[in-house]
Design a binder for this molecule. Structure first.
Ligand SMILES: [Fe+2]
Length: 372
């Protein structure tokens, strides 16, 4: 009987003793999107090659460590694990394959304080980051993914009630759990009205400069419009130490401006945001984005975030003072458009609601939100 491992167990293995992964998908699929993390060593060899040449001819496969085989949905990888076991290797396969990995979320503490705590929910496969802020017995969730049980369970564990759910913008790269989470928990759902245009859900209008009601603390959560990635992208200042920057500012890049059309106009908007609002953020402020492009963006504390000072130092887009040059670079560097983004936008507007299986299919693949 071939043994399997869950995505969560794989992550634990990578964090403790390290994980050896044998990914049997096609070369293109592997180079496009694979499991990457600290502690992960991975190889890409297809089943046909293993059969043709014999497992033993691949010297890189260790005999003394358990090999985790991975494929798209867990079927081919099971066969590989069987093949390896028969050849005297130790092997398990990832249950549900990359589809299951794509649905795995991992909460990490950013700060735990008497006044306010911030937790970052990392979705490693998609590079998506969402947040749970807690104060007293209240919680705010920002940019939740569609697997809302992760937030409901986390809030339960922390003994807090989700009062508000914010979306920094209408997402185009992944399916938002914003209004479904709010509905399921009786919380209030907030998004900028310009973002919600054409949407079928009910929401509270997120305006610029609002102080959002929250918890028992004097630490204020204030919305700041930072348009450019989308027309009314909003960031959230949490006291004077943190900013949840959505897809406006990343650790090593800026949000792309081309996903909803009008790329040049939007890039100009981003330029203005960079030169005004972002320029006003103090160096000490820690930026907590909604995406990361690479697991190496995680800091020593295990979360993705960086001080404004460091980002300013390293991000060349923030150094450009000429608007035309900024726009040219932004348009040129946007790269491959996220697959299915138009369908995902329609889902996030509530206009269509495909089955869970179709949603998984639509979200498969890496995140492509940043301009570097
Ligand atoms: Fe986005």
């Amino acid at each position: 009987m071939t043994r399997s491992i869950t995505a969560q167990e794989l992550k634990k293995r990578a964090d403790s003793e390290g994980a050896v992964i044998l990914d049997v998908r096609a070369v293109d699929a592997y180079s496009d999107w694979r499991i990457q993390d600290d502690g992960v060593t991975s190889f890409n060899i297809q089943n046909s090659k293993l059969k043709e040449r014999g497992v033993a001819s691949f010297a890189e496969l260790p005999k003394d460590k358990e090999i985790i085989t991975v494929c798209a949905k867990g079927v081919a990888a099971q066969e590989t694990a069987q093949m390896l076991e028969a050849a005297g290797y130790h092997a398990v396969f990832l249950e549900g394959g990359m589809a299951a990995w794509s649905e795995f979320y991992n909460p990490v503490t950013v700060v735990r304080d008497e006044a306010i705590s911030i937790y970052q929910m990392i979705r490693p496969a998609k590079g998506c980051l969402s947040y749970i802020l807690t104060s007293g017995s209240d919680a705010i969730v920002v940019d939740p993914g569609r697997h809302i049980d992760n937030y409901v369970d986390f809030a339960k564990q922390q003994g807090v009630t989700i009062r508000h759910v914010f979306d920094t913008h209408l997402h185009a790269d992944h399916i938002s759990g914003g209004w479904t989470l709010a509905k399921a928990t009786d919380a209030q759902y907030w998004i900028a009205p310009e973002e919600a245009e054409g949407a079928t859900f009910e929401y509270h209008a997120l305006e610029d400069g609002m102080t959002l009601p929250f918890g028992t603390t004097d630490v204020k959560v204030i919305s700041r419009r930072t348009p450019g990635h989308t027309i009314a992208s909003t960031s959230f200042l949490v006291g004077d130490k943190y900013v949840l920057s959505g897809d406006t500012l990343f650790v090593s890049g800026l949000g792309r401006s081309d996903l909803k059309g009008h790329a040049r106009e939007m890039a100009e908007m981003m330029f203005n945001t960079v030169r005004t609002t972002l320029a006003s953020f103090p160096d000490e402020l820690t930026v907590l984005p909604a995406h990361f492009s690479d697991y190496t963006e995680k800091n020593a504390s295990g979360y993705v975030g960086e001080t404004m000072g460091k980002i300013r130092e390293n991000n060349r887009m923030l150094h450009i003072t000429d608007k035309d040059q900024f726009v040219e670079l932004s348009v040129k560097n946007s790269g491959v458009t996220p697959p299915n983004h138009e369908t995902i936008i329609a889902i996030n507007r509530g206009q269509i609601s495909p089955s869970k299986e179709q949603q998984t299919e639509l979200e498969t693949g890496p995140n492509r939100c940043a301009v570097k």
